[in-house]
Design a protein around this ligand. Sequence first.
Ligand SMILES: [Zn+2]
Length: 280
Amino acid sequence: MTAARSRFTAGEIKQAARGRELEMLTSLAGIPSELLDESREHPCPKCGGNTRFRLIDREAGAVHCSHCFNQGNGDWLAAVKHFRGWTFPQTLDEAAAHLGLAPLAAVNSNGHHKGNGHTSQRVKPKGVDWLQRMADDKHCPVESLVAYGGVVNGIAVEFPLYGVNSRCSTFYVYPGSNIASERKGENATGKSAGLFLPHDSNGKPKFPKPGDIVVLVEGVKDAAVLHSFGYFVIGLPGKYLKTEWLPLFRGVRVVLCLDNDEAGIEATAKLAKKLKGIAS
Ligand SMILES: [Zn+2]
C-alpha cells in the first residue's frame, strides 16, 4: 500500500485549528463535548470503563485514557488519530479537509493538491461553497450571511461595509485560508472601516431608526448568528464606534453584546459612555 502523503504538515494543521482544539475533538475525533472537562474523569468513548477518560490540556486539545490512550496523546491530532483509528497521513488529510485547507478528494487522489499552485495559502478547491463553509464554521445559516450582503467572489466571501449614509468599503473573509487573520477577515486596503448592516429582501441596507432595538456585536459572523434568531444586529468592525457614526444611533435602544473577554468588557464600558445621551 502506498501511503498518500498529506499536503499539510501537522504544524500547519495545528496552526490552522488554533483556538478550535475542543471543536476538533468533538467534530472530528467524535468525542462528545460533555466528556471534555479537565475537572472530572469520564468513561472512555473508545474502551469504556467508568473513570478512565479526561481532557488534560484544553489549549492543545489533549485527552488521556488511563487504559487505551496514555502515550503519544499530546494534542488533538493524536486524539483524532486514536479515536478514529486512522493512520497519521489520513488524520492530516481529514483534518485539512475539515478545516477547509483542502478538499479531501483532491488531497487523497495522489497525495498532492491539484490546485494551480500559484498560491499555497489560498487554495480554491473546485465546488467548495465558501459561504456555506463560513456558515458551517460559525454555525449560522447561509441566509443570515447573505442578509449582511455576503457574496462569494473567488475564494473570498465579501461583505459591504457602511458609513452613516452609504457604503464605504468591503470586508473580505477567506474561509479556506490557513492564516487566522484571513479567516477572520480584513477590510479593503486603504478604505475606511464601516458597519455591517442587515439588508432587506430587496438588498437594501437597513439603517437604525429611533425606537429600534439594535444589538451591537463584534464583526459580521456574530451579527449573522444573532440575526438568525430574529434580532436587528449591527456588526462593528472591531470593538469601537467612530464618532462620525454616532448620529445613526440617535434615539435607538442599543444592546451592547461584545465578546465576553477582558477586552470586550472594557470596550463595552467605553461604548456605553460614548453612546450616553444619544442612545439608551
Ligand atoms: Zn480508553
